[in-house]
Design a protein around this ligand. Structure first.
Ligand code: IMP
Ligand code: MG
Length: 169
């Protein structure tokens, strides 16, 4: 079942970009996308950003199938020097929060000027780690979702809408 349509995603993404453009004005920002899930959202969001951006990626994995293992493994590290820079993390979904809290600690070691987080989706009811996004696309219920970059067993990332797996509560 479709939970969020591609049109709803595009409209909300433009709104988020406007807010981010207003907040960052003409500053230069290092955008750090969390692979793999954020690639589609990141591409769409960045098209609407009007300040200078440097793009980098981190790959973190914590999920196996439908559940978070809580054990976050970094599979691709930052290649940009972020010391003294504004950093904006782009993530597909904030679930237990363990991925983003680990990544925030990892980035803070490099002494950035600021770190903010943009997430397309937020499942607040699942939170374990104390972490909040600065910009959130949609708050959703505790349902497993896929499509628009998000996978179910590594498939369906190419779907333009966000779907729910119905049999989960
Ligand atoms: P967290 O560490 O529990 O916050 O998990 C965040 C990561 O788990 C995200 O980056 C996603 O890759 C993945 N994830 C969490 N919920 C879902 C979902 O409903 N569908 C697909 N991936 C998910
Ligand atoms: Mg992810």
């Amino acid at each position: 079942m479709i939970l969020i349509t591609k049109d709803e995603i595009q409209t909300r993404t433009k709104q988020l970009a406007q807010q981010i453009n207003f907040d960052y004005k003409r500053r230069e920002v290092v955008i750090v996308g969390i692979l793999k899930g954020s690639f589609m959202f990141m591409g769409d969001l960045l098209k609407h950003l009007t300040f200078d951006v440097v793009v980098d990626f981190i790959q973190a994995e914590s999920y196996e199938g439908e559940d978070s293992t809580g054990n976050v493994v970094l599979k691709h590290e930052l290649t940009t020097n972020i010391k003294g820079k504004h950093v904006l993390i782009i993530e597909d979904i904030l679930d237990t929060g363990q991925t983003l809290s680990n990544i925030s600690v990892y980035l803070s070691v490099y002494d950035p000027l600021s770190v903010k987080i943009v997430v397309l989706l937020d499942k607040p009811s699942r939170r374990i780690a104390q972490i909040k996004a600065d910009y959130t696309g949609f708050k959703i219920e505790n349902k497993f979702v896929y499509g628009y970059g998000l996978d179910y067993k590594q498939k369906y990332r190419n779907l333009p809408d966000i779907h729910t797996l119905e049999y989960l509560v």
